[in-house]
Design a protein around this ligand. Structure first.
Ligand SMILES: Cc1cc2nc3c(=O)[nH]c(=O)nc-3n(C[C@H](O)[C@H](O)[C@H](O)COP(=O)(O)O)c2cc1C
Length: 133
C-alpha cells in the first residue's frame, strides 16, 4: 500500500495519479503491511513531524520513499525529507518530485511499486501466494 502525508495537496495529487491503494497518514496511523511512503518536505529540508511519528511506529514496513519538494528552497534542501528517510530507514529513495511532479514521475513510482510491493495490499498478496501452493 501507499502511505502519504500532504499539507497543501501536492502529495495527495501525486497519490491520486498513481491509482494504487493507500491511506493518508494521521497522527496515530498504524499499518501492518509493506508500504511506500509519500511525503512532502518541511522546514529547511526536514521530515514533517507527522511523518516522523508515523515512521517511528511503522518504519519497519517501509519499502521505499518518494518526496515532494520545491527547488526554491535550494539544492541542499530540495526534497530532502526523502534523503533523510532513505538513510535513516535504509530504504530506497524512489523519486523526488518538484511540487506535483509529472506523468513520467508517476510512471516510475508505479513501476517501483508493482515490482517491489505488489498490486494489492500485503495481505492480499499473502492470500494469492497461499492459494498458488
Ligand atoms: C514551511 C514550508 C517549508 C518547506 N520546506 C521545504 C524544503 O526545505 N525543501 C523542499 O524541497 N521543499 C520545501 N517545502 C515545499 C513543500 O515540500 C512542497 O510544496 C510540497 O509539494 C508540499 O506538499 P503538499 O502540498 O502535499 O503538502 C516547504 C513548504 C513549506 C510550506
Amino acid at each position: 500500500m501507499i502511505a502519504y502525508a500532504s499539507r497543501t495537496g501536492n502529495v495527495r495529487h501525486i497519490f491520486l495519479q498513481l491509482g494504487l491503494p493507500g491511506i493518508e497518514i494521521r497522527g496515530d496511523t498504524t499499518v501492518g503491511e509493506p508500504f511506500l511512503l509519500l511525503t512532502y518536505t518541511d522546514g529547511l529540508g526536514e521530515v514533517p513531524p507527522v511523518v516522523e511519528v508515523f515512521m517511528n511506529r511503522n518504519g519497519a514496513y517501509c519499502r521505499g520513499v518518494v518526496a515532494s519538494g520545491n527547488r526554491n528552497f535550494g539544492h541542499a534542501h530540495f526534497g530532502r525529507a526523502g534523503d533523510v528517510i532513505a538513510e535513516r530507514w535504509n530504504v530506497p529513495l524512489v523519486r523526488k518530485l518538484e511540487l506535483r511532479g509529472f506523468p513520467r514521475d508517476y510512471e516510475a513510482i508505479r513501476q517501483f511499486y508493482l515490482e517491489r510491493i505488489g498490486e494489492g495490499s500485503g495481505r492480499e498478496r499473502e492470500i494469492v501466494f497461499a492459494s498458488e501452493q
